[in-house]
Structures are given as C-alpha cells and as structure tokens.
Design a protein. Structure first.
Length: 200
C-alpha cells in the first residue's frame, strides 16, 4: 500500500509540474493569437479611410481569411497529430506573425485580400493543434481543466488587446499610420513565441 501511495503522489506531482510548465505558455500564445485575429477590426477604424476601402471591400477581405482558415483547419489538425503538434504550432505562429506584419504595408484592396488569404492559410489549425498538444500531455480527467485554462485567454486578450490597439491607432512613427503599426507590432510576438515554441 505504501508503494501505491508513493506512486500516486509521484503522479500528482508530475501532473502539477506539467500543468505549471505548459498551461501559462499555451495561455500566452492563445492571447497573442486572439489579439492578432481581431486586430483587423481595430485597424479598420482608420485603415479603410486611409486606403479608400468601401465597406464591401473591407468585408470581403475579412471573409477571405475564413475561406482558407476553414479549408485547412482539419488537414492541419491531422498534420499536428501525425507529425509534431509542437513544431506545427511553431510553424503556424511564425507564418501568421510574418503575414500580419506584411499586412501593415498593404496599399490596395487586392493586397489586402491577398494578405487576408495567406493569413487564414497560415493561422489555420492553430486551435486544433493546441488541443491535440494538450491531449498528449494531460490525461482525460485533467484535460477539461487544461482546456478551460486555454479558453480563459479569449477574455484576457480582449482586456489587454483593446487598450493596446487604441493606443497604437494614435501613433504616427516614421510616416506610418497607427493602423500599420498595429499590424507590425502585433505580428512580432507571434514570431518570437513561435521560435520559443520550437525549443520550449
């Protein structure tokens, strides 16, 4: 009985250690993901006026993102399961960070559509890849708590992202409008965290 009790305690410590190591980082990358996903709505407060986009052009650009995002969601989840969830998440983050930064330099509706198309392609399967990753590290009884910690990132991202977006829209550095800096600066954390994910 003493051996069983000791093994149970070792198991509990291992589960706690995994949770403390992984969940804060997974939470952080989802905060960055959500901020990057909604930044186009904040940028549009100035972007459409600066570039002369109609509401229709803006709406089409937003919709193009979801076209590729939905199409590649399931294939990406399969890749995460069969190859490496960690490496796939890192690839997604670096790709979407680069595309987000490039979105800050669009000048035409066509460029905006292309940026949104490739952003959807780059970001597709992030959510299922993280869920796959969590299933590899958490047993079924711990998984719901782990996923709940992951979900808390959404309201946190709204709480953090909105003031940052509001502040960035007001800057005008190096002759670039604030909405451009919004894309540029919010794309950088995704690249940095993607590189960290490879080694973390």
């Amino acid at each position: 009985m003493a051996v069983i009790s000791e093994l149970t305690e070792v198991g509990r410590r291992a589960r706690r250690r995994i949770a403390y190591r992984l969940l804060p980082f997974v939470f952080l990358i989802y905060v960055v993901n959500y901020i990057d996903r909604v930044n186009v709505s904040f940028a549009n407060l100035r972007m459409s006026a600066d570039l002369g986009f109609s509401d229709r052009a803006y709406g089409l650009g937003v919709g193009v993102f979801y076209l590729t995002y939905v199409l590649f969601e399931i294939p990406g989840a399969i890749i995460a399961e069969r190859w490496s969830a960690r490496k796939w998440i890192a690839r997604i983050m670096i790709s979407w960070g680069v595309v987000t930064i490039l979105t800050g330099f669009v000048h035409t509706a066509g460029q905006f559509y292309a940026a949104r198309f490739f952003l959807g392609l780059a970001e597709a399967s992030f959510f299922p890849a993280v869920i796959v990753y969590l299933t590899h590290w958490f047993c079924s009884r711990d998984r719901c708590r782990a996923i709940a910690c992951f979900y808390i990132a959404v309201p946190t991202a709204s709480l953090v992202g909105s003031p940052i977006a509001g502040w960035l829209l007001g800057v005008h550095w190096w002759s670039l409008a604030g909405w451009r800096w919004l894309f540029i600066l919010e794309g950088i954390p995704a690249i940095v965290l993607g590189i960290i994910t490879i080694f973390y």
